[in-house]
Write a protein that binds this ligand. Sequence first.
Ligand code: CMC
Length: 425
Amino acid sequence: MSEVLTITDSRTNKEYKVEIHDGNIRAKDLRQIKVKEEDFGMMSYDPSFENTASCKSSVTYIDGDAGILRYRGYPIEQLAESSSQLEVSKLLIDGELPSKDELSKWISDVKDENNLPDEINNIIKAFPPNSHAMGALTSLEAALSTFYPNSKNITDENENYKSICRLIAQVPILAANFYRHSQGLSFINPDDSLDYSENFLNMMFNGDNKKMHPDLVSAMDTLLILHADHEQNCSASVMRNVGSSEPDPFSAVSAATAALYGPLHGGANEAVLQMLTEIGSVENIPAFMDKVKKKEVKLMGFGHRVYKAYDPRAKYLKEAADKVFNVTGTNPLLDIALELESIALSEDYFVARNLYPNVDFYSGLIYESMGIPKDMFTVLFTIGRTPGWLAQWKELLADKDQKIARPRQVYTGYNSRDYVNIEGR
Ligand code: CMC
């Protein structure tokens, strides 16, 4: 035993030695701590998993205090500057930057899956056009599994590779086709001559030159890269939890998408825009900030479980926004956002709680300027995050330490009691 943690139980005065690995202890080692031999043994109580490492991972590194984010060791800023969405996807999923040949094979394998089963398009047409795009996307991803029944053979690496290519190729098509349906427009077929982000924007906007300006296409690719993974966040944990019971990856991605939908996670980008629109003008900011400080509302797009510094993605996006606004003209809500940020970075309430802008604070403004409706913002986050979920899933499947996820509880309910007939209640 090299490093150990010594614990003394004040109830029994017994001393326990718990091995330390990589600076941590195994929660299960606490089970030896008992008052009576027949006791279950001690657990750690950790609602919301604030201090629980559920896996070992080599995909993404975050230093929340220093505001550092790296995929497979590469700083996010370098990838955003120099790489592409598909190259980053390959890096996340396989662990290394691909060679020229590997990259072209990967791009061609993804393109080979660039089409949806016809029946899926019929399902898209059956959704109410004004329904929320995330509700539709969650359902459609799960529905895809019914067209690829072999995807549940998750011990077959070739099948898994196909599923990965299909999800990366087809989630953007689901998104674009649902968008077109919601606008009463006909679907645009994928175009294999275009790059990933260009193809997506083309399927949304049918070659509209203004909306497909090269700087906007490049901004979209950058946005997808910045959203591609973020280690064990809510949706990645869902991907792993659901994946641990070994369903097909389409179903697990659908579950992860549902987790992303919520306004505390990926849905925050939409909520930020809603908030900025409701504030309406810079003069209304002090009254809004009073409400935040009284905890009547949250400042959406601020705060993070892990970052206690400026989210590096938000920093990058704030700068990237200018490139978009140069093409589209500035977003009238930008002044409100900048003023909110400047107040939040200087006022005690926010400073004391380390509340800085997160990735969702500026992304919505950029999407809106690009002509994308609010309902679609979290869908774009989903397209970006899908490769990250798949990387986490692939790592899970290869990890011999992992079993079906099954947390424990601290039971606080009644002891056994007898059923009472309705007349007697
Ligand atoms: N506005 C106002 N107060 C806040 C905010 C906020 N956005 N976020 C946290 N706080 C306060 C919170 O009330 C608490 O105060 P106190 O110590 O007095 O009780 C303190 O800051 C610590 O907050 P917490 O709720 O313990 O932090 P958490 O780690 O549980 O929550 C969070 C993290 C992201 C859910 C939260 O900051 C939040 O709700 N932010 C707004 C939603 C948002 O922007 N989400 C996107 C996150 S980044 C992208 C992604 O994950 O998808």
